[in-house]
Design a protein around this ligand. Structure first.
Ligand code: NAP
Length: 400
């Protein structure tokens, strides 16, 4: 293969190495990091190798160039090798990224080796000039964005930086608040949902630039095949799991004497069997010292009229968590239950004003909870701050 085109550019970024490495290799945020890319579509992940489609913003002629590339990262040597799989006008295009710690920051260097196809719109020399001009612009932008993030970090500690977490029910209500809080804390999240695709598609809008954008996966947690798929997405997208949060759940209200068997089965299948399937099928993905958090309910012990099926399922979670904490503890895994009181989500909507007042007055704080107020304790349990906390039930109910 003849290599005629060759460029070598570098920039020094005044930020910690792990931040420079993480931000510049977070492909999902490349549309923010670079000015030239309109979209990044991940096609396949295999260990440290990612195959993805890059689409550029329209050029001066309105053409959107798009191609598939492959990158392999090596965190130990802090190098990345990339090549275009769909070469377009190039006979070949290979890129080598290196990261080197210097006294004034991290020197990031890109070497590009390529050759243009005969008859391509630009010859090797013109493409070399074009790449050199554009790389300078992109590198300046990347430096500004990463340094900006580094300056913001002391104000926003990232207790879950780089942690890989699955959140079921992660697109609405309490689970959504957990997904967003975990991403803001630096975690890479897979958020699973059941039916509301619109809620899933709006997660990224609520995050700031630089926050890792959660992946989403659709499926019924009561369906073993769907949970296999959730686990496969976690394996392919994240490569493993440091935490699992089970928040998917449903509720309904029926006088016990007229509770249909199908409804009993549906509520137990989602709330209890679903939790079991998710925890069992993600076990092989867990790294040592993983944190598993199950969202139960304060009514599991208090009881609730017209909710025998729901409270039975939630009480079952308590046994599941207590047993798993003992069985999985030797591998360093922690398993905990969070039991919310009444939290302002769709699940808790539809109350009469009188009933609402009644519940508000039951709490010491005189109000219902916000989903973010459950996400905080869940994040605590996911983080190292709780590394000696296992088998516990954390009541989050405003002091009833
Ligand atoms: N809100 C409260 O007052 C309260 C109090 C105590 C405990 N909890 C518990 O907290 C958890 C979250 O409740 P929430 O208030 O956040 O409810 P929510 O707003 O209704 O959200 C429920 C979430 O679970 C998902 N889900 C429902 N059925 C599913 C299934 N079969 N398979 C997969 N995902 C499913 C939903 O996905 P789709 O949107 O795609 O359907 C949604 O993301 C539940 O376990 C609930 O029992 C809530």
């Amino acid at each position: 293969m003849t290599t005629v085109g060759h460029t070598l550019n570098s920039v020094v970024i005044d930020a910690p190495m792990d931040l420079v490495w993480r931000m510049t290799n977070d492909l999902e945020s490349w549309t923010w990091l670079f000015s030239e890319y309109e979209s990044v579509e991940i096609l396949e992940r295999d260990g440290a190798t990612v195959r993805f489609r890059l689409t550029m913003r329209p050029d001066e002629n309105g053409t959107r160039w798009s191609w598939v590339s492959e990158r392999t990262t090596d965190e130990v040597s802090r190098t990345v090798r990339a090549r275009r799989v769909e070469t377009g006008p190039f006979a070949h295009m290979d890129i080598h990224w290196t990261y080197e710690q210097t006294g004034s920051g991290v020197r990031m260097t890109w070497r590009q080796d390529f050759a243009m196809k005969p008859g391509a719109p630009l010859d090797d020399e013109a493409m070399t000039r074009r790449i050199n001009t554009n790389t300078t612009v992109q590198m300046d932008r990347i430096r500004d964005r990463v340094e900006g993030m580094a300056r913001a970090l002391p104000r926003a500690p990232l207790p879950l930086r780089g942690r890989r977490i699955l959140v079921t029910g992660g697109t609405r209500g309490i689970g959504r608040a957990v997904t967003l809080a975990a991403a803001r804390a630096g975690a890479r999240v897979v958020a699973a949902y059941h039916s509301d695709a619109r809620a899933a598609s709006t997660l990224a809008e609520e995050l700031g630039p630089g926050d890792p954008v959660p992946h989403t996966v659709r499926g019924d947690t009561a369906d073993p095949a769907a949970v296999d798929e959730m686990a496969a997405v976690c394996r392919d997208r994240l490569g493993g799991l440091d935490g699992v949060v089970v928040s998917a759940g449903v509720i309904s209200h029926h006088p016990y004497g007229r509770l249909p068997l199908e409804e009993w089965q549906r509520v137990l299948a989602t709330n209890l069997t679903g939790a079991h399937l998710v925890l069992q099928k993600t076990l092989p993905l867990l790294t040592d010292g993983a944190s598993l958090v199950v969202v139960g309910s304060a009514v599991a012990t208090a009881g609730m009229p017209y909710g025998a099926h729901y409270t039975a399922a939630k009480a079952g979670l308590s046994g599941l968590v207590r047993s798993l904490c003992k069985e999985l503890g030797p591998q360093g895994h922690r398993v905990n239950l969070v039991a919310p009181g009444l939290i302002e989500t769709d699940m808790a909507s539809g109350m009469t004003p009188e009933k609402r007042k009644h519940y508000e007055q039951l709490t010491s704080l005189g109000r219902l909870g916000d989903p973010a107020e459950v996400a905080g304790p869940v994040l605590f349990l996911l983080s190292d701050a709780a590394r000696y906390v296992s088998g516990t039930t954390l009541l989050v109910n405003g002091g009833i």
